[in-house]
Design a protein around this ligand. Structure first.
Ligand code: IPE
Ligand code: IPE
Ligand code: MG
Length: 247
């Protein structure tokens, strides 16, 4: 393990992504490789999240968004879904004070109002506790699906048209973005997925339009601050053209 400061100094701070999004995948595989229950993998994954958020805080990243539970994850066995929701609740309870002390501004993406009243209250409490913080914008996508988010935004704008508040021609990409769950966030610059699968799995479909993609075979519980910094360094060397030509 190298020292935190030395690690952070490896990154050119002027070339940091504004918004990093992470598909935290591979908890189940991490556990099964070790003959453990999938739940043990999810618990180990929470520890990784804590470490990666700390790096984001220390580097003063503008925004970090993590995929915690997708709208498709309800297809999993009831016991696993229950465990994940329990872990989510425990994580918020245990970590919110420390996050607040680190000036983190927490936010939640997705249809979290479909969770139990207890979890909804925790989400509201954590959001309101940190609402005036000015540090890392840390978003947790929970019961989130990119297609679902786009549909909800379309429905909201269609409703505004039906009520005569706006005309169809007024629906610009800026207005559309203001109706998304990520309305307070910049576009995703760097999208990381752990554990080897090369897909987006319905994450931030609109926001990742020009994201740089970074995949690793490392499972999420094993993903380290060192590897996170490697991804940031790799990002700093990418030539982003946005459809234009190299500058
Ligand atoms: C990611 O790990 C966590 C969630 C999707 C909630 P997985 O549980 O998907 O782990 P694998 O992909 O089965 O290894
Ligand atoms: C994506 O991982 C969702 C989260 C990390 C929360 P999945 O494990 O659900 O994705 P698929 O099924 O491999 O596409
Ligand atoms: Mg998975």
């Amino acid at each position: 393990m190298i020292k935190d400061e030395e690690l952070l100094n490896r990154v050119d701070k002027s070339k940091l992504p504004r918004h990093v999004a992470i598909i935290m995948d591979g908890n189940g595989r991490w556990a099964s490789y070790r003959g453990l229950l999938r739940s043990a993998g999810h618990s180990a994954g929470v520890k990784t999240l804590k470490k990666i958020l700390t790096v984001a805080v220390n580097l003063k990243l503008e925004a970090l968004t993590v995929y915690a539970f997708s709208t498709e994850n309800w297809k999993r066995p009831h016991a696993e879904v229950d465990f994940l929701l329990h872990l989510f609740s425990e994580y918020l309870e245990k970590e919110k004070r420390e996050m607040h002390e680190k000036n983190v501004r927490i936010n939640f993406l997705g249809r979290w109002e479909e969770f139990s009243t207890g979890i909804q209250n925790q989400i509201r409490d954590a959001t309101s506790l940190m609402k005036n913080n000015t540090g890392v914008k840390f978003s947790i996508a929970a019961n989130y699906g990119g297609q679902d988010e786009i549909l909800r935004a379309a429905q909201k704008l269609a409703d505004d048209v039906a009520k005569g508040k706006i005309s169809p021609a007024q629906i610009t990409s800026e207005l559309f973005e203001s109706a998304l769950d990520t309305c307070e966030l910049p576009p995703v610059d760097l999208l990381i997925r752990t554990s080897g699968d090369l897909r987006i799995s319905n994450f931030l479909l609109w926001q990742a339009a020009y994201a740089e993609l970074w995949f690793t075979n490392t499972t999420w519980p094993e993903f380290s601050p060192e590897e996170f910094v490697d991804a940031l360094i790799d990002f700093s060397k990418r030539d982003r053209r946005f459809g234009g030509l190299s500058s």
